[in-house]
Design a binder for this molecule. Structure first.
Ligand code: OXT
Ligand code: ADP
Ligand code: MG
Length: 576
């Protein structure tokens, strides 16, 4: 043995070497992945240090789930996979919810987890944080890969990037066993093993037949409607979408995260006439939106009795006919599809019938007028509308700010009240209605865009990721969090009649979430009136200092599950 080592030594002294740590960093940088959201620990601690030393931005969180939500929304905002880095088993599992969320929402993301040694895991011999992570991850994402050899790192990253962003975007898992990081190889061979992914999300051009079919259906409509979903926002084809909508003269309904793709104040916006347009329309063109629960699966009471024809523009062919028949499927990327539709419409397209647009406008104006006085109240304790009336102006005056929003009443009322003016400025709970996305999304939004962030959070929703206020302070991010504190989930008024424990939906009364921010050097404010709220939010948005405003909301103001109470089963038996 000693002899063999002596023989190889001279080579090792002169040969330029690299290792797994460096190859991972090089593979990421080569492909423009320069920001990592994660939590350090065995076996990735040194990797984080080395990545930072190599000029990458490595943001260290307090819990992997929040880092994962940050990576997921970074993917949505940038069209590049957001990267989340975790330790093995428990860290991996903490990140997995976010990976599944990214996949469900069609956000490109890569979850990279260190893992224990294969030999020990496979024989179930009880390694440190032992878990067959690859097997667990497979069902939660678009693709999952494990890398055993340093020379495969380049290919693995290329595959992960391509899988995340091509076709329908989604989450990808990369399993990196501890031993891989330290594996040494010849540096030149290492460099050659890296892959720069060319055209990671190739354009997918729709067939001319599908474009013609779609326009024939649209032309036949008397009451057409365009529904814009977050896929349309993701596509970053903003000008082309605006051109198509305006040329068609068709009212458009933005799904929650598509608000602002065209301004909510646009004359064709039907956001404030939602029920009317769903019920009365005869042809519906979906652009980057799915007919899932958020659209009542395209059938039933919400859609009324008028017969409907659907046109669907989506990159995923399997999405067609998922819930109802799609009369005109247009499969391709939204940029290419929308451009092809516009071009085929030519210069003399007849706009949607004026009486239909007028009916939609009348309903919209009626709803807006009905809401207006409620937004101006200065009640103490505040209700949702009084508080949101103030915040609506904050966004109107700062249309470039990013709004992060979660909760039940806090979510649903904010969505309705606060108009958005620019694309990809509203980030929320997405397809699963998941609580906990808040602080991760705030951090990624600030980091990826450099814009100020306003988060409007239910007190329950905030609790899921609240510890990340320390992270916000540590990186000194321009984030203003408003916690709508109504003492509980939906309401703070429930009483447990059967014992001394509090009811399941209520929290400590009079909590002061603002003090959490103060604990870490940020600004905390307790606001009990819309006027106080307005002053505090404006100061925060102007200063860019991490701020948390505890907005005291009447505990009786909310309703169970916000606007989706119908989904919450209630026992028909007499309750004790
Ligand atoms: O057309 P009509 O007349 O019908 O009117 C509509 C619009 O036209 C009109 N409108 C307007 N009027 C005037 N002006 C303007 N500008 C305007 N804009 C619109 O308003 C109405 C309503 O419009 P909307 O909202 O568009 O329409 P609608 O019918 O509501 O739309 C249907 C939906 C389904 C598309 C929509 O409601 C929607 O997107 N909903 C999303 C709901 C959602 O995802 N909710 C979150 C989950 S709830 C629950 O699960 C919660 N949990 C459990 C839990 C979760 N989720 N996750 C995890 C990990 N663990 C547990 C928990 C714990 S919520 C929750 C916490 C809640 O407590 P908090 O303290 O956080 O929050 P509070 O409730 O505030 O206390
Ligand atoms: P929303 O919740 O806003 O209704 P969904 O998440 O349900 O939106 O739907 C988004 C849809 O957009 C998905 O079906 C997805 O396949 C599609 N999509 C995402 N990116 C693109 C793209 N670049 N081109 C075409 N379709 C896309
Ligand atoms: Mg609440």
């Amino acid at each position: 043995m000693a002899e063999a080592a002596a023989l190889t030594k001279p080579d090792a002294d002169t040969e330029e070497l690299t290792d797994g740590f460096n190859l991972i960093i090089d593979a990421m940088k080569l492909n423009g992945l320069t920001t990592i959201y994660g939590v350090p620990g065995i076996p990735i601690t040194d990797f984080g240090r080395m990545a930072q030393a190599a000029g990458m931005r490595v943001l260290s969180f307090r819990h992997e789930q929040n880092a994962g939500y940050a990576a997921a929304i970074a993917g949505f905002l940038t069209k590049k996979p957001g990267v989340c880095l975790t330790v093995s088993a428990p860290g991996f599992l903490n990140g997995l919810t976010a990976l599944a969320h990214a996949t469900t929402n069609c956000y490109p993301m890569i979850l990279i987890s260190g893992s224990s040694e294969r030999e020990i895991v496979d024989l179930q011999q009880g390694d440190y944080e032992e878990m067959d992570q690859l097997a667990v991850a497979k069902t939660m994402c678009k693709a999952a890969y494990r890398v055993l050899h340093a020379q495969d790192i380049g290919i693995a990253f290329a595959r992960a990037i391509r899988a995340a962003v091509s076709g329908r975007p989604g989450g990808v898992y990369l399993d990196l066993p501890a031993k891989l990081f330290g594996q040494v190889m010849n540096a030149e061979k290492g460099r050659k093993s890296l892959v720069k992914v060319i055209d990671p999300a190739p354009a997918q051009i729709p067939s001319p037949d599908s474009i013609k079919r779609a326009l024939d259906v649209l032309k036949s409509a008397k009451k057409p409607l365009i529904i814009l979903g977050k896929g349309a926002a993701y596509a970053q084809a903003d000008d082309a979408i605006k051109a198509l909508v305006e040329k068609s003269g068709v009212p458009f309904l933005p799904m929650s995260m598509a608000k602002g793709l065209l301004p909510d104040t646009h004359p064709q916006c039907a956001g404030a006439a939602r029920s009317t347009v769903l019920k009365d329309s005869d042809v519906v063109m979906m652009i980057g939106a799915r007919l899932n629960w958020l659209l009542s699966h395209g059938k039933g009471k919400a859609w009324g009795d008028a017969p409907k024809k659907f046109i669907q523009v989506d990159i995923e062919p399997k999405e067609m006919d998922s819930n109802v028949e799609i009369a005109a499927p247009v499969v391709g990327d939204i940029g290419s599809c929308v451009a092809a539709l516009s071009e085929a419409m030519g210069g003399s397209w007849t706009k949607a019938p004026a009486d239909w647009m007028a009916a939609v406008t009348a309903k919209r104006d009626e709803n807006v007028a009905k809401m207006a006085p409620r937004l101006m109240n200065n009640n103490n304790p505040m209700d949702y509308h009084g508080a949101l009336g103030v915040l609506r102006t904050v966004i109107k005056e700062r249309p470039d700010a990013i709004l992060v929003n979660e909760g039940a009443n806090t979510l649903d009322l904010t969505r309705g009240v606060i108009d958005m003016y620019r694309p990809r400025k509203r980030l929320d709970v997405g397809t699963w209605g998941v609580m906990g996305i808040g602080m991760g999304q705030c951090i990624a939004a600030a980091v990826e865009t450099g814009k100020p962030v306003l988060a409007i959070e239910g007190d329950s929703a905030f609790g899921f990721s609240g510890m990340e206020v320390e992270t916000i302070c540590r990186y000194d991010l321009p984030v203003c969090i408003v916690v709508f504190n109504n003492d509980g989930i939906y309401r703070g008024t429930d009483v447990n009649k059967a014992g001394s424990d509090p009811a399941t939906t209520v929290f400590v009364k009079g909590s002061r979430y603002d003090r959490m921010m103060e604990a870490f050097g940020g600004v905390g404010v307790n606001a009990t009136t819309p006027d106080e709220l307005k002053r505090a939010v404006n100061a925060a948005m102007d200063s860019g200092k991490p701020t948390l405003i505890n907005a005291v909301i009447d505990p009786a103001a909310g309703s169970e599950s916000g606007r989706i109470g119908n989904l919450n089963p209630q026992s028909k038996l007499k309750k004790k």
